[in-house]
Design a protein around this ligand. Structure first.
Ligand SMILES: [Cu+2]
Length: 127
């Protein structure tokens, strides 16, 4: 599983689950979350992600755990070629291990209304 997960760096995985805890398996058994992965909860709602600025460390494996409140928002990091649909009332997990320091903008790429163009944020990867 660890090897498989490493190969998933910079790709994404979506899972449907119940509550995430530090070392739990989500309800559908889609993906195992181990203690080494920091879990970052992110809420998506018209027209904001909370938080909208996320600081990660280079080479640190994390799971972005999304909850969409009111729409099928998108999550897209163009410079990492990662995207996911964030389904309301479901947990969407995005596995990510940034390999390079820098700033990476993310945005909603599902049109969600008149504030859609402002819906975005950034990931800051530090050395
Ligand atoms: Cu949108």
């Amino acid at each position: 599983m660890d090897r498989a997960r490493r190969q998933l760096c910079f790709s994404l995985a979506c899972g449907v689950g119940a509550l995430l805890t530090g070392a739990a398996i989500d309800a559908q058994g889609v993906k195992e979350v181990t203690a080494k992965e920091r879990i970052i909860a992110i809420e998506a709602r018209k027209f904001v992600y909370t938080p909208n600025e996320i600081t990660l460390k280079k080479d640190e494996p994390v799971v972005l755990a999304f909850t969409a409140v009111d729409f099928i928002h998108g999550f897209f990091i163009p410079d990492m070629k990662i995207r996911a649909d964030l389904m309301p009332s479901q947990l969407t997990q995005v596995w990510l291990t940034p390999g390079q320091a820098g700033e990476y903008a993310f945005l909603c790429d599902n049109f969600c209304g008149s504030g859609h163009e402002q819906m975005g944020g950034k990931i800051i990867v530090t050395d």
